[in-house]
Design a protein around this ligand. Structure first.
Ligand code: CDP
Length: 224
């Protein structure tokens, strides 16, 4: 598994494609650490909005990202001493995260932080550029997709379950807009790594997707 013996499973894909659910379950089954890289962009966005900063202030946002006082404890995420596990999931924060994620200095500031999550016995990392930029030598890369309709339905259910209000039509529009922004930005755009396994989960349950990823990983382990 190349230079670093600690294996990484990189799971990338567009918004609401099920990456988070699949990545967390794969990590649980294997006893691996889990990196929700989107949470770092969401934390930076939340912190910026709390400080009334402009989402175009690249230098200021990069400084904020570099000094982000965040902590992950199980399923809980803290910003300084505040449990923000729920507030970072608001769609407004996801959209703000997508805007600041197009700023190169912000991405650079979060890069080193993401590398530090790689620890024995292994890491499952989910995001947009895990397989292309952050862990380009990951022994297994997966790119999850799903139709816009399937993703809008999943996000709708997720938001309602968390107590947020949500409207299907608005969600579809916001998803498409976020896809376009994430895929067209010049730095670390959303795209599958050349050696990624593509998995369309539109018609799959999360359990089936998890089984598929575990199957690919077992094959990778056997080959090394
Ligand atoms: O949950 P959802 O898939 O909607 O978003 P997320 O994974 O929490 O990420 C929020 C935003 O951060 C995305 O729309 C991306 O623009 C950005 N992001 C990124 O640029 N690179 C990553 N590795 C992860 C997230």
């Amino acid at each position: 598994m190349l230079n670093n013996p600690t294996p990484v499973i990189a799971i990338d894909g567009p918004t609401a494609s099920g990456k988070g659910t699949v990545a967390q379950q794969v990590a649980r089954v294997l006893g691996f650490h889990y990196l929700d890289s989107g949470a770092l962009y969401r934390l930076t966005a939340l912190s910026a909005l709390k400080k009334h900063m402009s989402l175009a202030d690249e230098h200021g946002l990069a400084k904020l990202a570099a000094e982000l006082p965040c902590r992950f404890e199980g399923e809980h995420v803290f910003l300084a001493h505040e449990d923000v596990s729920l507030s970072i999931r608001a769609e407004e924060i996801g959209n703000a995260a997508s805007r600041i994620a197009s700023l190169p200095a912000v991405r650079q500031a979060l890069y080193g932080l993401q590398l530090r999550f790689r620890d024995a016995p292994g890491l499952v990392a989910d995001g947009r550029d895990m397989g292309t930029v952050v862990f380009p030598h990951a022994p297994l890369k997966v790119f999850l997709t799903a139709s816009v309709d399937a993703r809008a339905q999943r996000r709708h259910k997720q938001l309602i379950d968390k107590g947020f209000s949500a409207n299907m039509e608005d969600l579809r529009n916001a998803l498409s807009e976020r896809d376009a922004r994430d895929a067209n930005r010049p730095i670390a755009p959303l795209k599958p790594a050349e050696d990624a396994h593509l998995l369309d989960t539109s018609e799959m349950t999360a359990e089936q997707a998890v089984e598929q990823v575990l199957g690919w990983f077992a094959a990778v382990r056997k080959a090394h």
